[in-house]
Write a protein that binds this ligand. Structure first.
Ligand code: GLY
Length: 424
């Protein structure tokens, strides 16, 4: 079969890498892809947001399955458009994608389903939101309702910071219409864990858990980023809490969506906080996590395409996944300056040498091919070095040994990814 992967980051490279291992797949196209994906697939210069052009391409090429990586096209209705053209697509439709596209929608659904999550109030007016802040106790979590490219959440340590976050949404309109509605939410204390599940209506098939690192600096310091590293499994998450999250969060959420008449198919990503009262939902996303996918898929022994087909064909119930017992650690190599301003276009060395090390796979995130076929940096997050090992110490050692082989001007990475797993 022919598969189209939409997107061009590390998550999409990991998906393409895993899809390429399926005996069901003859040919893969990526739109727009990156230099790493180009080694496995034919990259086409169509942006992930250009839904009409993607549908036309899928029709012309007779694509059998389209896998959508990023949230923006899902929230904009790519799945609905493909289905209108009779094209099979893995990912939720526009209505279901509100689970990520509207924090208010997701919060209401959680309350309706009795899913544990932080208390929140919703505002469309800055004065009412400020009044709520002045009555409450910091820290406050201020969330823009809509998609804000990962920048729409502020944890405000005092009233002044909370007012600034509200001003950014309501007055400066930093997030446009995505910030016209704002949630002021309870701060949840505890470690964060991501559990991603395949969903086909009321049926779910959860994956192994992962943890990511959102801050740019070692010791979780500095600005928020798209993710500086990840690992799987998550030793701090007990089997009991994993099962509890499935029973109290994932299953009732899928049932609540179905009860609303919304057919959810694809991935539902639950971002959880392990509070002293048990796992609670921080946020839902409607796609694979980045960079969690880069640490989870190397551990998946089953054929990803078979499971994706089971989802789109409505036969997920009764299927299962097989996981490696090995640990996986993913280190993100970024351009110096990220998540602020950074330069692009620097040659990258050592990719083959790093990728040849035992247990290592190097996923490309922000790369492109230069005119002479050389690999160049082309984004803030440039590469994701994933390594499997019999335990976390070995996986970390392999990952960082591979990282040391790779070079580009102003390379930056965290040195403490998965270090906490050695302390559990
Ligand atoms: N790792 C966070 C995300 O994918 O949104």
């Amino acid at each position: 079969m022919k598969v189209l992967v939409v997107g061009g980051g590390g998550r999409e490279h990991a998906l393409t890498w895993k899809i390429a291992q399926s005996p069901l797949v003859e040919r893969i196209y990526c739109a727009p892809g990156n230099a790493g994906m180009a080694a496995l697939a034919e990259c086409v210069a169509i942006k992930a947001e250009d839904i009409e052009a993607l549908a036309a391409f899928a029709r012309d090429k007779g694509i059998d399955l389209t896998v959508v990586g990023p949230e923006a096209p899902l929230v904009a209705g790519i799945a609905d458009e493909f289905e209108r053209h009779g094209l099979r697509v893995f990912g939720p439709g526009r209505e279901a994608a509100q689970m990520e596209g509207s924090k208010d929608f997701a919060k209401r659904l959680m309350l309706e389903a009795g899913v544990p999550t932080g208390r929140a109030e919703v505002f469309t007016d800055i004065e009412a939101a400020k009044a709520c802040i002045s009555k409450g106790k910091p820290p406050f979590v201020i969330k823009a309702d809509g998609l804000a490219a990962g920048k729409g959440v502020v944890i405000a340590q005092d009233d002044k910071a909370a007012y600034e976050a509200l001003k950014a949404c309501f007055v400066d309109r930093a997030f446009g219409t995505a910030g016209e509605k704002v949630l002021v939410e309870e701060f949840l204390e505890g470690q964060e864990v991501s559990i991603l599940t395949f969903v086909d209506g009321e049926d779910i098939l959860p994956m192994a858990p992962a943890q990511d690192y959102k801050r740019v600096g070692d010791g979780d310091t500095g600005s928020n980023t798209g993710g500086m590293g990840s690992y799987s499994p998550v030793p701090v998450l007990s089997d009991g809490d994993y099962r509890r999250a499935v029973r109290e969060i994932l299953e009732p959420t899928a049932r609540a969506l179905a009860a609303r008449g919304i057919h959810y198919q694809g991935i539902l990503y639950a971002g959880l906080i392990l509070t002293s009262e048990g796992p609670k939902v921080l946020e839902f996303n409607v796609r694979f996590g980045d960079p969690e996918t880069q640490a989870v898929l190397p551990r998946l022994k089953s054929d990803l395409v078979e499971t994706m087909l089971a989802v789109v064909e409505g036969r997920l119930a009764g299927t299962s996944l097989e996981w490696s017992d090995e640990a996986c650690v993913t280190v993100v190599l970024a351009s110096g300056g990220y998540p602020g301003d950074y330069a692009k276009g620097y040659p990258i060395s050592g990719l083959d040498e790093a990728g040849a090390l035992e247990g290592v796979v190097v996923f490309h995130a922000g790369t492109r091919l230069g005119e002479g076929g050389e690999v160049l940096t082309d984004g803030g997050r440039v590469l994701n070095v994933s390594a499997l090992g019999p335990d976390f110490a070995a996986a970390r050692e392999r990952a960082y040994r591979a990282v040391e082989r790779i070079g580009f001007k102003d390379i930056y990475y965290r040195r403490d990814i998965a270090l906490r797993t050695l302390e559990v």
